[in-house]
Design a binder for this molecule. Structure first.
Ligand SMILES: Cc1ncc(COP(=O)(O)O)c(C=O)c1O
Length: 365
């Protein structure tokens, strides 16, 4: 028996054993977070490649705090700050690292973190590293959060929410932004699934709700989803960014994000900005079709269907795979009840009705 055989067998028995697989290029992708189909956009690839080809170095070589910070990073950060109207931006290796950076560095001894119960695993892992107190509030329940805040006496109060929740596809409530100001809290908004997707200018939930940047707000976004690249960024005021440069271990002690990923993410960002009106039209049309066919109303491009049984969820996923449709089979403990999580890529707009029909058939089989 190997060191971990027993644990692996237990996972298998519960139908929650994970495996990596390579899927056929011909499948319809309703599983990834490539909402704009940018991961296969060769025009954007060429633009990014040209930029890197003309740069002296094509890799960062060191941490940003040594000499790994290049003009390619700086230009991206300046453009992003300008578009989002935040004072400064900091690019990082991934969204996972960004949440570790934010939560581990900002929640200090005597402080308290208030985190949504459904926050992404990266935030939950980060919350185990902090020296302050950690409290979870019920998912998207700002009244529960306010109840906690009223009784709280800690030094700094930091709230962590997502713009669009990765599994449920729920949109964060607008009231969180008001509460953060009312109780003078720092509000971290993880826009991994909302940046590039929601809002008139596809800039995320602050754009959607028409909320201006404020010293209490910190926006985190990723490049690995709508922007079809890899990496992440944090937008905040100068003081917060400076504090992260000095205290965030995943910034200081990690090689700067790859120049190619930043260059590609930057080109993808510009592409989405230039096409935002058309993108919003397509998203609305997809949402309407999904609502008509499956009676699911969601504000972005994540659509969960509760199945409640791990084994059945995998069976549905496999049945759809046979029809060349890839969906996510998200099981416990990632979610409380197993779901089929399907996502839409705007380039598959015309296939929406057929995708819905296949999903319906597979669920009812
Ligand atoms: C809400 C949320 N935050 C953070 C992350 C981590 O981002 P990355 O994949 O860039 O590490 C993810 C990715 O799954 C996510 O869904």
């Amino acid at each position: 028996l190997g060191f971990y055989t027993k644990e692996l067998k237990a996972l298998e028995k519960k139908n929650i054993l994970r495996e990596r697989k390579c899927f056929s290029d011909n499948s319809i992708d309703c599983a990834s977070n490539d909402y704009m189909g940018i991961s296969s956009n060769k025009d954007i690839l060429k633009l990014a490649y040209e930029k890197i080809l003309h740069s002296k170095d094509h890799s960062p070589k060191a941490s940003m705090l040594i000499n790994g910070y290049s003009k390619i990073h700086k230009e991206f950060e300046e453009n992003l700050s300008l578009a989002h109207k935040f004072e400064r931006c900091l690019s990082l290796g991934s969204g996972f690292l960004a949440n570790i950076a934010l939560i581990e560095a900002l929640v200090r001894k005597g402080d308290r973190l208030f985190i949504d119960a459904d926050f992404h695993a990266s935030g939950i892992v980060a919350s185990k590293l902090v020296r302050g107190i950690v409290s979870k509030f019920r998912h998207n329940d700002y009244l529960h959060l306010e109840e906690m805040l009223k009784k709280d006496t800690s030094h700094r109060k930091i709230i962590a929410i997502e713009g669009i929740y990765s599994m449920s596809g729920d949109l964060c409530k607008k009231e969180f932004f008001d509460i953060a100001i009312k109780y003078n809290c720092i509000l971290i908004i993880d826009e991994a699934h909302s940046s590039g997707v929601v809002g008139k200018n596809c800039l995320g939930v602050m754009d959607l709700y028409d909320i201006c940047p404020h010293k209490n707000y910190i926006k985190m976004g990723t490049l690995g989803k709508a922007y079809g690249s890899y990496g992440a960024y944090i937008l905040a005021n100068s003081e917060i960014i400076s504090f992260l440069e000095n205290r965030a271990k995943s910034v200081i002690y990690s090689t700067a994000i790859s120049l190619f990923d930043i260059a590609f993410g930057h080109e993808a960002f510009l592409y989405i900005q230039q096409n935002s009106a058309n993108i919003q039209k397509k998203i609305k049309s997809i949402q309407d079709m999904i609502n008509q066919n499956l009676n699911i109303q969601k504000p972005a491009l994540i659509f969960p269907i509760e199945i409640g049984d791990n084994k059945k969820t995998i069976d549905i996923q496999k049945a759809l795979q046979k029809k060349s449709i890839l969906v996510g089979a998200i099981r416990t403990p990632t979610v409380n009840k197993a779901i089929i999580r399907f996502t839409m890529n705007i380039n598959n707009e015309k296939q929406t009705n057929n995708i819905c029909l296949s999903i319906k058939e597979a669920i009812n089989a």
